[in-house]
Write a protein that binds this ligand. Structure first.
Ligand code: SF4
Ligand code: F3S
Length: 106
């Protein structure tokens, strides 16, 4: 499955959602996750993300490994999002911030 990582936090551009053929994105207050049970590894979402937040699970950067479990866990709790919406306010500023996983709201 593909995994949404830290770069998405407080940006939530949602361009990824529009291309997913199986609606496996789930939405929280300031982050999206991919349901690993539903993702068919089509790769379409990867180039859509302006902050390059999406990785295949086998190619997750070492410092992003925790997001494997975070995606699986929160996909069970959060509702599906199937259409693009406006990104969060200040998304351009937050796109430059690397260390922001502690700001992920559940
Ligand atoms: Fe959806 Fe394909 Fe991305 Fe998986 S890889 S989340 S199926 S767009
Ligand atoms: Fe997040 Fe990138 Fe999608 S910022 S909402 S993973 S387009």
């Amino acid at each position: 499955a593909y995994v949404v990582t830290e770069a998405c936090v407080k940006c939530k551009y949602t361009d990824c959602v529009d291309v997913c053929p199986v609606d496996c994105f789930h939405e929280g207050p300031n982050f999206l996750v991919i349901d690993p049970e539903e993702c068919i590894d089509c790769t379409l979402c990867v180039p859509e993300c302006p902050v390059e937040a999406i990785y295949p699970e086998d190619d997750l950067p070492a410092d992003q490994q925790a997001f494997l479990g975070i995606n699986a866990e929160l996909a069970r709790e959060w509702p599906v999002i199937s259409a693009k919406k406006d990104p969060l306010p200040d998304h351009e500023e937050w796109a430059k911030v690397k260390d922001k996983r502690h700001l992920l709201e559940k």
